[in-house]
Design a protein around this ligand. Structure first.
Ligand code: NAD
Length: 292
């Protein structure tokens, strides 16, 4: 393989659809795969809605949107990923799910195809070791929402080939993103710092030191963060926040990373944040209302 031109995305959720959107706009052909054709089609509808919003806001010409939409295809099964030069896995943040996906996808791919994970926290080296291509595996970690956020963390596994890393770097540069390189340790750079901060905000709430609103206002106005930690946690997804805390806790074996029991409770309730219409705020009405 010389250069990447066809990109497969596994997982048509928040992140997969965002990656599909920026890749199609940058001129790549994109195949979007999820558990069913129906799910992949729903993902594509989200991409279309995202592009329409950009056109309506005057940020994108309608012709560029139409051209990008022609480059996007929903996958009707894993075999549709066969022509891909690069496959980015952006499925649920659970190691066994990702392992199962790689076991299904690898036999379909060309031996020279690159496989990447958008995992927020799971070891790239360990994920790579469970595939048939540890040398052609790396972490390409986008931020949410992908069309807006400038940063991408590139994470090399212990075996990642230099040529694969450079080809992936060129791919990300074509998306007009800024790259930082992180060593492969739990949470990489951004989430190693960000998610414990969110977890600490949840402890601050749990211990009754402040309310959802006062803690969010404190960090917005007192630390100049654009969003409060609860707004951000709801935006990321509380299940994703909990998974990352568990990975930090397990991987670094330090009690300072213990997930707050209140976060666990919200996840057990299915109050996962914006995507479930309820988290630390209730999004079912006109304006978000704190749930505590
Ligand atoms: P999400 O819940 O919105 O989407 C996950 C998608 O994966 C769903 O559409 C689901 O149907 C699909 N999926 C599950 N099992 C599958 C399988 N076996 N085959 C194909 N598809 C499958 O999650 P998300 O927020 O998009 O997160 C996806 C990944 O991106 C995770 O690894 C997460 O850690 C990472 N990530 C998330 C954020 C964030 O802020 N949410 C930021 C950066 C990275």
């Amino acid at each position: 393989m010389s250069e990447i031109s066809i990109v497969g995305i596994v997982g048509a959720g928040q992140m997969g659809t965002g990656i599909a959107q920026v890749a199609a706009l940058a001129g790549f052909d994109v195949v979007l795969y999820d558990v069913s054709l129906e799910q992949a089609r729903q993902g594509l509808a989200k991409v279309r809605a995202g592009l329409d919003r950009q056109v309506a806001a005057g940020k994108l010409a309608a012709e560029l949107r139409d051209a990008a939409l022609l480059r996007l295809k929903p996958a009707d099964g894993v075999n549709d990923l066969a022509p891909c030069d690069l496959v980015i896995e952006a499925a649920t943040e659970k190691e066994e799910i990702k392992r199962r996906i790689f076991a299904q996808v690898c036999p379909v791919l060309r031996p020279d195809a690159i496989l990447a994970s958008n995992t927020s926290s799971i070891s790239i080296t360990r994920l790579a070791a469970g595939t048939d291509r540890a040398e052609r595996f790396l972490g390409i970690h986008f931020m949410n929402p992908v069309p807006v956020m400038k940063l991408v963390e590139l994470v090399r596994g212990i075996a990642t080939d230099d040529g694969v890393f450079e080809a992936s770097k060129r791919f990300v540069e074509r998306l007009d993103k800024t790259i930082i390189v992180s060593e492969d340790f739990p949470g990489f750079i951004v989430n190693r710092i960000l998610i414990p901060m969110i977890n600490e905000a949840i402890y601050t709430l749990h211990e009754g030191i402040g309310s959802v609103e006062s803690i969010d206002a404190s960090m917005r106005l007192g630390a100049n963060h654009p969003m409060g930690p609860f707004q951000l946690a709801d935006f990321i997804g509380l299940d994703t926040c909990l998974s990352i805390m568990q990975v930090l806790h397990d991987g670094l074996a330090d009690s300072k990373y213990r997930p707050c029991p209140l976060l666990v409770k919200y996840v057990e309730a299915g109050w996962l944040g914006r995507k479930a219409k309820r988290g630390f705020y209730d999004y079912r009405g006109e304006v978000p209302v704190p749930t505590r």
